[in-house]
Design a protein. Structure first.
Length: 714
């Protein structure tokens, strides 16, 4: 076995690690801090243990990562990177993911950072292991390292190709330790040679199409109990009383009360449901608060002090240059995560040790929460993240793991807690409702003279304009980060909905740019280019226009076409779309979407396209129908009959342009593509029927109201 190491999160002793490693080649090297992937300093944790990879006597490579496979293809892309660095076949790489006893410490699978941050660390480990293997091969073949070449895990002498040896032959049945001082190299990507950058079959494909994939609710342990927990009907409601006598009479039902936790348990989930229905619980009503209609004024009125994101020139000087001043107010409602797999966890507590299977993006946080709930050290808790059936930021938080652990400890048996759909909507966090106010001015030449941007409630990400504005000020107050908001700002729980703040700020900025283009009497694409010197964004915009065959025209042209530009986590994107609008029903249909995407080097082309296609469909949901309705803390949208998500019938023709930019830094693709969709649909609606929709989602009712207000023919 060859293993490349950084931090060990399980047994902290060297002897314990070597016992795990067994025979083979062990490579030890010191590592520099790894940012989000560095284990925080704590007593008992050494500084140089844990495997990123292992090469066994059969030649197979095991990749260890703290990342979770959420369906975004990380297991495939990381395997491609490791295969690339080691010069082994992609199919020879196996993945072990998000097991806190086996994998490197990792804060979370969030932010489209799997390739951006963990990729270089993994490549460095692969490069270190490859260097050691070449040293060993040089000794075995009697040739200098400079003369050796590697292909598919076989090292050969370039001057004498008949002299060769495989990785597997070098590590077979031996224990060899190599110690390499200093830090390992972090190679940059100029051009991939083999596995990376190529279309490959996804690592999780077979499991998922055959039904072999295990999600948390699929994990069944002997003697396991299904728990149903007494929940309040609204956020802020407090339990006054709970009569569980009728539930206790059902055969096999066990009722557990511990402090604030009251649960009914049974070996069968349907019987647990039946028992829950028999519990008579009474709650205090929560305090009155805003609803889905009054929330926007509430956010502005109760916002914390404004903070500056960007400032340049003078707004007053800009106003003097402007021949036209345009103001706009843009709104978005709360949006649910609406994942297919609701949040779930299974815990087995035996003595002072706990094993937890969880549908989570944050295994380390779950370990901390479970350890705290049980009152045991973190090293006594092992968390295994199963396949996750959709997350989008929504599985960074949640009570089920700690609840399952507490119940398992009391019951003395494994316990599974699975949210039903109503619990998912009520107790999961949401994309925050938000308000953006923009004042801007145009010169006589149709150039931007000033730009004043205020964002309330949603956060600052993607709020700073990349257009050329000599006089600008961008400020924000209130965020998707619940911890930094004043009490009561958001009456519902808010969190990291896919590309936090990106869709909100892109919708406002790109909608307003179209308003300005119309005021200037200019084509929307030409107007953006006129005010854009960023060469990278210009290149992406021109590529999208070419693929779309954009025909310059002043909006509204009646063609129903729109454009939106965006940058998120270093990824540059331009989306163009064609829509139809039914003036009688208000229904909007996306017919065609062209998406140009520059994320620097592309590790997994097929995976990137899949992420873009999924983001486009998800974006159509928040653009057209997805809206959480609520009143006094009670979420009224409890299932998909009252909260409409995209359907297969919505699917437009999607064309993707992956920009070749190997010299740029690698950036993400999981989150960025979603940010443009609200704006591009709004702009296309305006081009189709001449009405501006300033609030998301752009429901049929809002479309019809806008048409009536504009006096358009219905």
């Amino acid at each position: 076995m060859i293993a490349s190491h950084s931090r060990w999160t399980g047994n902290p002793s060297r002897r314990g690690f070597l016992a795990l490693g067994g025979t083979g080649l062990l490579v030890f090297f010191a590592t520099e801090p790894l940012g989000a992937f560095q284990q925080p300093a704590s007593p008992g944790y050494p500084t140089d243990w844990n495997a990123y990879l292992r090469i066994g006597a059969d030649g197979r490579v095991t990749c260890f990562t703290g990342k979770v496979e959420l369906g975004q293809g990380t297991s495939t892309a990381l395997a491609q990177l490791l295969a690339e660095e080691l010069d082994v076949a992609f199919d020879s790489v196996d993945m072990v993911m998000a097991d806190t006893d086996l994998c490197p410490w990792d804060r979370a699978t969030v932010g489209s950072l799997g390739i951006v941050q963990f990729g270089p660390v993994l490549r460095a480990a692969g490069a270190e292991a490859r260097a050691v293997l070449l040293e060993m091969a040089a000794e075995r073949l009697g040739a200098p390292v400079q003369r050796l070449r590697v292909k598919a895990g076989v090292v050969a002498d370039s001057d004498a190709p008949e002299k060769h040896i495989s990785y597997a032959q070098m590590v077979d049945g031996k224990r060899i330790e190599r110690h390499i001082p200093g830090t390992s190299p972090k190679p940059t990507v100029a051009a991939f040679r083999a596995a990376a950058g190529q279309p490959v079959r996804r690592k999780d494909a077979t499991d998922k199409v055959t039904g072999a994939a295990k999600y948390t609710a699929d994990v069944i342990l002997p003697g396991m109990l299904h728990a149903r927990i007494i929940r309040p009907p609204a956020l802020g409601a407090r339990l006054k009383s709970a009569d569980t006598r009728a539930a206790e009479k059902l055969p096999g039902v066990r009722v557990i009360r511990e402090q604030d936790l009251i649960a009914v348990l049974h070996e069968r989930p349907d019987k647990a449901d039946e028992a829950l229905s028999l519990v008579k619980a009474e709650f205090d009503a929560p305090s009155p608060g805003p609803d889905d209609k009054t929330i926007f004024d509430h956010l502005v009125k109760n916002a914390p002090p404004l903070q500056v994101v960007a400032e340049k020139g003078s707004l007053s000087d800009g106003e003097k240059l402007a021949t036209a001043v345009v103001a706009g107010r843009y709104l978005n409602s709360y949006v649910g995560f609406a994942v297919m797999e609701t949040y779930s966890a299974l815990a087995s507590v035996v003595g002072s040790k706990a094993t937890v299977w969880a549908s989570t993006q944050t295994p380390v946080r779950v370990r901390q929460e479970v350890a705290q709930a049980l009152g045991v050290p973190q090293e006594n808790v092992r968390v295994i993240a199963t396949y996750v059936g959709g997350a989008f930021g929504g599985k960074c938080y949640g009570a089920p793991p700690a609840e399952a652990a507490r119940l398992s400890k009391i019951a003395g048996r494994p316990v599974q807690v699975v949210f039903d759909r109503a619990e998912e909507f009520l107790f999961s966090r949401m994309r925050p409702a938000a308000v953006v106010e923009i004042r801007s001015g145009l010169t006589a030449e149709g150039k931007l003279a000033f730009w004043e941007y205020k964002a309330y409630g949603g956060g600052p990400q993607s709020s700073q304009t990349f257009y050329d504005v000599p006089n600008q000020r961008t400020v924000w107050a209130g965020s998707w980060q619940a911890a930094i908001n004043p009490p009561g700002l958001h009456p519902l729980g808010v969190g990291t909905w896919r590309a936090p703040a990106g869709p909100t700020n892109t919708f406002a900025r790109e909608s307003h740019m179209d308003v300005l283009a119309a005021r200037a009497g200019a084509d929307p694409v030409e107007f953006r280019l006129r005010n854009l010197s960023d060469k990278r964004m210009r290149r992406v915009l021109e590529a999208a226009a070419e693929k779309f065959a954009w025909q310059p025209a002043k909006a509204p042209s009646g063609h129903g076409v729109g454009v939106s530009c965006g940058i998120y986590t270093g990824t540059y994107m331009v989306t163009m779309a064609e829509v139809s609008v039914d003036k009688k029903t208000g229904q909007v249909k996306a017919k065609r979407v062209v998406f140009a995407h520059d994320q620097g080097p592309t590790v997994s082309p097929d995976g990137t396209r899949q992420q873009i296609e999924g983001s486009i469909m998800m974006g159509l949901g928040y653009a057209l129908t997805e809206e959480v309705r609520f009143q006094n803390g009670e979420v009224l949208s409890r299932n998909f009959d009252t909260y409409e998500i995209p359907r297969f019938s919505w699917l437009p023709k999607i064309e993707i342009v992956l920009m070749d930019n190997p010299e740029a830094a690698v950036s993400g693709c999981g989150e960025p593509p979603v940010i443009n969709i609200g704006a591009v649909v709004a702009n296309a609606i305006f081009d189709a029927v001449g009405v501006r929709l300033p609030q998301l989602p752009m429901t049929p009712e809002r479309v019809l109201a806008a048409l009536r207000s504009a006096g358009a023919d219905a």
